[in-house]
Design a protein around this ligand. Structure first.
Ligand SMILES: [Zn+2]
Length: 460
């Protein structure tokens, strides 16, 4: 009885070895595919991003999109990047979409990456930036319906990209754009003069990384562009992708065969400057498109090697919770942005009731991809510029750092900004519906976990 079983195992091993040898003698290339779906809501939904909005959106100035870029290495290991012209996304939404892709395509959670452009001219999403405003009942219903539609369309775009996978040459390079300024260190009004004099203060990250996907005969099929700058040139009542939407639209006109995606970097304390009009959003979009085109025309590195992904949460904690008295005062006091303080008090109270002590902890998502000779890390929340600068400086090899990924739950200050406080370090927790500022120590937790995941995806 034993011998035949052994022989069967030996035969199976021989067949497997032959298959591997066969694959090695005829290596497959990298593959890529794209998909896209419109996600522009109808007029009548409430917008998000700013506390001062007093009524729902009244029309569309530019369409909003979800776009998908699927990549597969020569061994068939796949990943899908989904980019959204939206202000935020919740963990529930990204996990729901990823679960659908796991069911249909067997993709692990780590192989699906979500990045929102953070345009403030986009709809309020159920559960996202929940302390900004209490929506009227019909606003809640419309927002919930939009969320369902969004999930369906994102899954559809991702599946289209996976279905379209075809042999491709993937390459990447970098250039620079300078319309983003550190908004904590420079006033909006003074920035143009300071820029002209070369005296802008505070850290910023001018780098514009670009990933290009071409067919075997050189046709540009996809272009991914990144920049670390708040997508907030505009604050009117029309749907619009802001400068990132304008850059994508401009590049799709210049490269009509390509789907152009935008993934935002760590730009939470970086603002476009100047801002306030559609013309300025278009000007910044064109500046970003020009930088992408310069990168494309420059020296590009071709992706070789394998694809690998990792995803983990680290537990961050909040440093304090408001007392009942403080919540009552926030709900009742006559003060600027009164609706926001009322929404914060209501949300924090409801969360405490539902979750108890667990509201003091947050499962913060960190993701890493290695695409041959290029690594990405994708961090949740509104990540300040110091993270992008530090991770790239401290990580050997080639790394891009995205913020606003997988779950936008709050600002993510580094230790310096947490100590300084103000909006990004403290008071922005109110529109986000969080009990208080993060506890000290978050920067080290995030940086060390990101480093660990990057090394893991590199097989180190
Ligand atoms: Zn923001």
């Amino acid at each position: 009885m034993k011998l035949p079983r052994f022989s069967l195992v030996a035969l199976a091993l021989w067949i497997a070895a032959a298959a591997v040898t066969g694959a090695a003698s005829a290596p497959r290339s990298w593959q890529a595919g794209t998909g896209r779906e419109l996600i522009t809501p109808p007029a009548g939904l409430w917008m998000t991003g700013y506390a001062v909005r007093t009524h729902p959106a009244d029309g569309t100035a530019q369409e909003l999109w979800v776009k998908a870029l699927a990549l597969a290495d020569p061994a068939g290991q796949r990943g899908v990047l989904l980019t959204f012209d939206l202000c935020g996304i919740t963990r529930e939404i990204s996990d729901t979409i990823a679960a659908e892709l796991q069911k249909s395509h067997g993709l692990p959670r780590s192989a699906v990456m979500f990045n929102v452009s953070h345009t403030h001219c986009s709809p309020a999403l159920e559960g996202s930036i929940a302390g900004l405003r209490i929506l009227p009942p019909d606003g809640v219903a419309k927002s919930a319906e939009y969320r369902k539609q969004l999930e369906v369309r994102a899954v559809k775009a991702a599946r289209a990209a996976l279905t379209a996978l075809a042999p491709a040459t993937i390459s990447w390079g970098e250039d620079q754009a300078t319309f983003g300024i550190n908004r904590r260190a420079n006033t909006e009004k003074d920035a143009p003069a300071l820029r002209a004099a070369g005296q802008l203060k505070g850290p910023s990250d001018p780098r514009v990384p670009v990933l290009a996907v071409r067919t075997a005969d050189g046709v540009l099929r996809a272009l991914l562009v990144s920049y670390a700058c708040h997508n907030t040139t505009l604050s009117f009542y029309q749907w619009h992708g802001d400068y990132a939407g304008c850059a994508q639209a401009e590049l799709e006109v210049r490269h009509p065969t390509a789907t152009v995606l935008f993934a935002i970097g760590c730009g939470a304390d970086i603002n476009p400057n100047p801002r306030g009009t559609v013309e300025l959003a278009e000007q910044h979009g064109k500046a970003l498109a020009d930088a992408a085109d310069r990168a494309l025309a420059g020296k590009l590195t071709t992706v070789e090697g394998v694809f690998s992904s990792a995803f983990e949460d680290v537990t961050l904690t909040f440093s304090r919770h408001p007392t009942d008295e403080q919540l009552r005062e926030a709900a009742e006091k006559q003060q600027p942005n009164r609706e926001m303080h009322q929404a914060w008090a209501a949300y924090v109270t409801a969360q405490k009731k539902a979750k108890g002590e667990a509201v003091m902890r947050y499962a913060y998502p960190i993701q890493a991809w290695t695409i041959g000779n290029l690594s990405w890390t994708a961090l949740g929340g509104e990540v300040v510029v110091d993270y992008g600068l530090r991770l790239r400086a401290e990580t050997p090899g080639n790394l891009w750092v995205f913020g606003y990924s997988n779950d936008i739950m709050a600002y993510i200050p580094n230790e310096r900004i947490l100590k300084e406080g103000r909006y990004e370090g403290d008071t922005s927790m109110i529109p986000y519906g969080r009990p208080g500022p993060w506890s000290s120590g978050l920067e080290e937790k995030i940086v060390s976990k990101a480093g660990e995941l990057i090394r893991r995806t590199r097989g180190q």
